[in-house]
Ligand binder design. Structure first.
Ligand SMILES: [Zn+2]
Length: 60
């Protein structure tokens, strides 16, 4: 699992992030970094909103 330190440095997860913020963060994260998988709760939220779950970069 490679970490994109530069991206993380400028995209910090806000403290007490709302679900909206977490969902948006994870969508951006998935396309910029693959240090960790999107949590199942976020995947469920994406599907509930009719959004597609981005494939992990490492599998492309
Ligand atoms: Zn990352």
């Amino acid at each position: 699992m490679a970490i994109n330190r530069e991206w993380h440095a400028i995209n910090k997860m806000p403290r007490n992030a709302t679900l909206d913020e977490r969902v948006i963060w994870h969508i951006k994260h998935a396309s910029n970094c693959d240090c960790r998988e999107m949590p199942p709760s976020i995947k469920r939220e994406l599907l509930a909103r009719g959004l597609s779950v981005p494939a992990p970069r490492s599998l492309k």
